[in-house]
Design a protein. Structure first.
Length: 305
């Protein structure tokens, strides 16, 4: 449980620094917009390149990998059905809402949590890979399609592929498949830039608290559904599928606890980049982070590992 607390405290401190920056003259009037563009176009593509290029395909092609894919994809599809019964959001906001319900903060919270509780990063790695290979491409393409950039000509389809984050992931996939060993002088700068993605995202999220407007009632209902789904339904699906596939002990614990992590902060970067659902995304990230703390602590205490 101490590992879970440590992970949340680290995130909270960096967000607090961002909040302080947002109220100072250091970043300037348009600081958050500039930071969002740097994160989306430079830092995050580098992070996805490093993540994919250095991955082990065998991690996904395992029982833990199959369960992770099933609860992430299944959870997203079920959410699409359920949200229509309780709340309707605009088409431009739907991709971010769905990702908020299933896209976990596996990087800056999942890594210290995995190390402290089970001493193994493989569970976090599997979740990060599933999110990189499945959720990220689907989410970004959906955002492009719903942002009034519908495919009408072949040139329009090409624009969808020229997405910095997707390009970073595709480049990493190319390195992984071909087995090319990049020289140190190439990898080191990319690693340095990739390392800035998480802290910049957290700083940006903290800065966003300054001048934040009130949520509409429709946004509040949508955010509430996302939080309930991310913090309670997703771990429940992970438990059911894990037991069905024979996972026990540390394997079941690793999958379930990571499923209960809050919505990822990098979704807020996407909201700013695409200028849609900014307040809504901010709300469900913040509330899911607060709610997931007791949920993760309870799971860490109850689930045998």
């Amino acid at each position: 449980m101490l590992g879970a607390v440590e992970g949340f405290l680290i995130v909270g401190v960096v967000i607090g620094i961002g909040y302080a920056l947002g109220g100072s003259r250091i970043v300037g009037e348009h600081g958050s917009e500039v930071l969002a563009k740097i994160t989306f176009n430079v830092s995050t593509p580098a992070l996805f390149f490093v993540l994919v290029a250095g991955s082990e395909p065998a991690d996904i092609f395992s029982t833990v990998g199959y369960v992770t894919v099933l609860y992430v994809v299944g959870g997203g599809l079920l959410f699409l059905l359920v949200h229509r019964l309780f709340v309707r959001v605009r088409s431009a906001e739907l991709p971010l809402v769905v990702q908020g319900a299933v896209f976990a903060n596996a990087g800056n919270i999942g890594i210290p949590l995995s190390l402290a509780t089970v001493g193994d990063l493989s569970y976090t790695t599997v979740l990060l890979l599933v999110q990189a290979f499945i959720l990220t491409p689907v989410g970004l393409i959906s955002l492009d399609l719903t942002a009034a950039r519908l495919v009408r000509r072949p040139s329009d389809a090409l624009k969808l592929a020229i997405n910095p984050v997707l390009l970073g992931a595709f480049a990493g996939m190319l390195v992984l498949v071909t087995g090319v060993e990049l020289p140190h002088l190439v990898l080191e700068p990319i690693d340095l830039v990739a390392a800035t993605s998480v802290p910049l995202t957290l700083l940006l999220f903290g800065m966003s608290f300054r001048g934040k407007g009130r949520s509409k009632s429709q946004d509040s209902r949508a955010a509430g559904l996302v939080v309930v789904w991310k913090c309670f339904v997703m771990p429940a699906l992970a438990v059911a599928l894990g037991l069905a596939f024979g996972l026990r002990g540390a394997d079941l614990f690793g999958v379930v606890v990571l499923a209960a992590l809050p919505s990822a902060q990098n979704l807020f970067v996407l909201a700013m980049q695409y200028r849609t659902a900014i307040t809504l995304t901010h709300s469900f990230i913040l509330v899911s982070t607060l709610v997931s703390v007791p949920v993760v602590l309870v799971l860490a205490a109850l689930v045998p590992h």
